[in-house]
Design a protein around this ligand. Structure first.
Ligand code: F6P
Length: 749
């Protein structure tokens, strides 16, 4: 290990040191030149000093007769050239002739040549004995130049100096290289190890400085956030990869054929996609108000297979065959609906009790206390068992692909796994998943989590819900959680936890052709409700449920009419409230409260021919709802908490005129995707009123811009993409399992 590290470091060090030494060699000529220049300047200065020192004796000697002058100058020059660096000298007269020179002065160097050499930058002359520096300095007496002194300095010391500099430079560079590389290697090793182990620790869910700081230390939220961001990035990356490709029924079918080898597809949910009701002597078929059905039904139409659900319609039994099956949709018979019958006690305990009085308020932050009764739990378990038996009865192979839907069936995945160990179970949780503390309220939390972890994949609308789920498992179960892969392993069963934002089937050209034109929808709705042509409308379409923020919506309308009285008589809200769970006290109280508030508002602001709120508390088929979407200026979605909410996406799909404003609660999962909506906090009544006013006065161009973008988002991220992504992940999983099984067989053989 140590040897390896040293070898690694040596591999890094050697090239660095060699590079620096080579750089030093390359820099040598430059260094020589610099040294020479520097020396040359040095010698010029020195020459001036010498000249100044000799000026007086020279000035005294010059007026002397020739012989005395020569003798005095000779003595003077001989003394001067004893300096080891001064090689020779000469005195030039004002007529540029040599007056006197030292014995070593070159015979062929005249005054004129000395002057021109001295004017050059390096002022250098090569002699047989070596290079000399030539300097000519004026001898000035009483401000007058009387002669010039030529001084030749020996340059051999410069060469020595240059060689010394070279040696020092190379040694310095080699030393520097060594020091830099050692520091770099140490720092790189330390920081790389630190980062790698830090990042690994973060991804494992441990503290950054683990083990110095415990997993649940101060850095845990940061680590969780970091992991979240990574997952978000991965999600958007995954989405961006297949963004160019259009997802539709054909592509989904092809995926089933190619990646899942045409394997059998089964859906299991509480709510059935079609309800048969007795009307007089006849039977009518209804589509329930359910986001789940809106999303999953087109997928089943595309893929065929079997949908198992509770048969709750008054005429449901009358239309099924001996095996409780009926082909749907009526007329096109694309897939089989297998109905499962519940008696009154089962429905009360499992559906009304545990699912809707327990789990529903538990998972929604809507300030309604969850109620958990032992008897409801017993019924819930029993009905989940019955659904599991139905899956086994309907399965045509040992490894079907089963899509389990929602909170009514949390125990079902593990029950199917016991009965069909090779099944691929994709569970989708359509509602929010709360934080671990909230979920901890449930007395049967471990059983519910174990039930869900029988799935191959558990899907949620958002990463936030995935995170809550993983933290809940971490808090309440003994499980191995791998945040890098977003998997949870319990008792050797590994489950992928992934976000799949649900959507709607984008209407195709044929369907759109059947829709009445916008102007007709506007006229029809206004005429029906006795309104004038220019009357402005907002529409809300919900199940009559306390999580949908209907009361807050009414308060916002009331405030709008108070604060902006110009809208009184000019604006109304049409609230479709599909009857839902009305046997439950909480729902009855809530629905009553909405009726009362509506009445109060209508009394306060209404007048003959004008009601500010039209509460339509009855079931509406899609065509009627679509007409309202197309007739209204605004769609109001003010959920207090919602997994996704598909009403907002349906409104966007309905507006092929690219007009209309979507006002959307920030607490609906859809708010993360539909950025061009006017996003509000439904609890803030003032904000709701101001946003309504803004929507009512929004210029057409802005509406077009916003709606155009919203339509692109919903069209691209449609429900076929949602199902496609889940099935692709499932196909990968199946492939991996098949390979592993083959390898085990191979190793065993
Ligand atoms: O889409 C969310 C959801 O809660 C579904 O789970 C459910 O089918 C639907 O709303 C309507 O509720 P219910 O089935 O109780 O009428």
């Amino acid at each position: 290990m140590i040897l390896n590290t040293l070898r690694l470091q040596f591999r890094f060090l050697l090239p660095l040191v060699l590079t620096l030494v080579a750089a030093a060699y390359l820099a040598l000529p430059l260094m020589d030149k610099l040294t020479l220049r520097w020396s040359s300047r040095d010698l010029s200065l020195r020459g001036e000093l010498v000249t100044r020192a000799l000026t007086e004796p020279i000035a005294e000697a010059l007026p002397e007769p020739m012989r005395q002058r020569t003798a005095r100058l000779q003595a003077l020059f001989n003394r001067a050239v004893q300096d080891e660096r001064l090689f020779a000298m000469a005195l030039c007269g004002s007529d540029d002739t040599i007056v006197h020179k030292s014995g070593t002065y070159p015979a062929d160097l005249g005054c004129a040549q000395a002057r021109s050499l001295s004017a050059q930058t390096l002022a250098q002359l090569s002699l047989a004995s070596g290079a000399v520096h030539v300097g000519m300095h004026p001898v000035v007496v009483d401000g007058e130049r009387v002669a010039n002194l030529v001084l030749l300095h020996d340059l051999s010391f410069v060469e020595r100096r240059s060689q010394d500099t070279q040696k020092y430079l190379i040694a310095f560079m080699a030393g520097l290289g060594l020091v830099i590389s050692v520091i770099t290697v140490v720092v790189a090793q330390l920081s790389w190890r630190g980062w790698v182990s830090g990042a690994r620790a973060l991804l494992r869910g441990e503290g950054l400085l683990s083990p110095l700081i415990s997993t649940r230390g101060e850095l845990a939220p940061l680590a969780a956030d970091f992991r979240e961001r990574l997952r978000d990035l991965e999600d958007s990356y995954r989405r961006s990869l297949d963004r160019d490709d259009h997802w539709g029924p054909e592509r989904l079918r092809a995926l089933l054929r190619s990646q899942l080898r045409g394997d059998e597809l089964m859906v299991v949910s509480n709510r059935e996609p079609y309800i048969h009701e007795q009307r007089g002597d006849g039977v009518v078929c209804k589509r329930p108000a359910s986001g789940l059905v809106t999303a999953v039904e087109p997928v089943m139409r595309a893929c065929s297979g079997t949908w198992i659900a509770h048969g709750g319609g008054s005429a449901d039994r009358s239309v099924v065959d001996a095996h409780d099956r009926v082909m749907v949709p009526p007329g096109s018979n694309d897939y089989t609906l297998r109905r499962l019958w519940l008696n009154a006690e089962e429905e009360q305990g499992y559906y009304s009790g545990f699912s809707n009085e327990g789990l529903w308020p538990l998972c929604h932050v809507a300030h309604v206390r969850p109620v958990f009764r032992e008897s409801d739990w017993v019924a819930y378990r029993a009905v989940n068992e019955r659904f599991a038996d139905a899956v086994v009865a309907e399965a045509r192979s040992a490894d079907p692909v089963v899509l389990v839907q929602d909170y009514h069936l949390a125990l079902l995945p593990a029950l199917i796994r016991q009965r069909l160990p090779r099944a691929t179970i994709l569970t989708f949780w359509h509602i929010p998943w709360p934080n671990p503390e909230s979920f901890g309220i449930c007395p049967w939390r471990e059983e519910l989590l174990q039930g869900l972890l029988g799935s191959t994949i558990v899907g949620f609308h958002t990463r936030y819900h995935c995170k809550n789920f993983m933290e809940t498992v971490d808090r309440h179960l003994e499980a191995r959680i791998e945040h890098e892969h977003s998997t949870i392993t319990v008792n050797k069963q590994t489950t992928l936890i992934e976000s799949y934002p649900i959507s709607i089937a984008w209407p195709d050209e044929q369907e759109r052709q059947r829709w009445p034109v916008i102007a007709h929808c506007r006229d029809a709705v206004r005429r029906r409700l006795g309104m004038s042509a220019g009357h402005k409308l907002a529409v809300g379409v919900d199940r009559f449920d306390y999580t949908k923020g209907i009361l807050e919506r009414l308060h916002a309308v009331e405030r709008l009419l108070e604060k902006y009285p110009q809208w009184v008589g000019q604006f109304s809200l049409i609230q479709v409230a599909a009857p839902s769970r009305s046997t439950l006290d909480e729902y009855q109280a809530f629905q009553q409260r909405i009726h009362q508030t509506t009445e109060r508002l209508n009394t306060r602001f209404g007048r003959p021919g004008y009601l500010p709120v039209h509460l339509l508390a009855e079931h509406h088929e899609f065509e009627a709802v679509n007409e309202l979407y197309r007739a209204s200026e605004i769609c109001l979605v003010t959920s207090l908490h919602d997994g996704m909410n598909l009403v907002c996406k349906e409104f966007v799909a309905a507006r092929d005129d690219e007009q209309g404003v979507l006002v959307l609660s920030r607490f609906a999962g859809a708010a993360a995707e539909l950025n061009e909506a006017l996003i509000i906090n439904p609890y803030h009544v003032e904000e709701g009123a101001d946003t309504l006013h803004r929507a009512l006065t929004m210029p057409e161009a802005e509406q077009r811009e916003r709606m155009g973008n919203l339509r692109t988002t919903v069209r691209d991220d449609n429900v076929y993409r949602w199902a496609g992504r889940m099935l692709t992940d499932a196909a990968r999983w199946r492939l991996r399992e098949r390979i592993e099984a083959r390898m085990q067989r191979h190793n065993g053989a």
